[in-house]
Design a protein around this ligand. Sequence first.
Ligand code: SF4
Length: 278
Amino acid sequence: MDVVIAKSAGFCYGVSRALDAVLSAACDKRKQMYTLGPLIHNPQVMSKLAEHGVKSVGRVDEVPAGSIIVMPSHGVSESVMTQAAEMGLEIIDVTCPFVSKVHRIVGSLTKAGYQILILGDQGHTEVQGILSKAGNNAIVLSDASDLAPETLRKRVGIVAQTTQTVHRFSELVSAVSNHAYEVRAYNTICNATSDRQRAALDVAQHADVMVVVGGRNSANTRRLAEICAEANVPTHHVEVADEIEADWFEGARTVGVTAGASTPDWVIEAVISTLKAM
Ligand code: SF4
């Protein structure tokens, strides 16, 4: 049985950078470290962090004085940052540079007097962070159909949450252009998600069975599994190699493997070794 691995699979740049920063800081045991929310949507990584004494909290005010707080890779709002600073906590900010770039763009557009439109999920922390850099007239839209033309100012700046699709973004830009006098649109979508989706489909199209590796709580891993299943390939989503069952591969000549952006290499490698040993 041939095992083919997707060209783009596993940790994206931002997640890898965040984990490296936290693990290296965790070696210094001077202070207790807390991540604001799970650092990565992967139970194996969270267990590894727990072994290093790193804990996770839901809110800044749950962190005891004198501790370290880690701000997540998708960023936080300015008020969360201020609260942590006012509590005297040591802050490790692992906001992905692609997300920080959206903050900078929104900050400068707001300063220049543009109304900000954000394509994204209103309840997501990343969007709350972006929104905190925008002025009072900012609007969050989940797609072009949410647009209410009467709410638009003359000068509008548009950005997207990094995980949005280009298709949705261009639909929104086109809809806004029909109503606003001046539109400045910045495609702030990160390619990590679309690269993994395209690579998963490439492999699935030539595989008899697909194995998708990653946390069940990871939205991007679940989406990869959906894409493979939609290509009519029997697809199995596993978190670890132990879950693999031999009878999934009866009569299969080629098995494809892919993994979400939050899946660490050591978990992917264990899955590949198990498959190759079959
Ligand atoms: S998906 Fe993109 S924006 Fe998000 S953490 Fe990874 S590299 Fe950064």
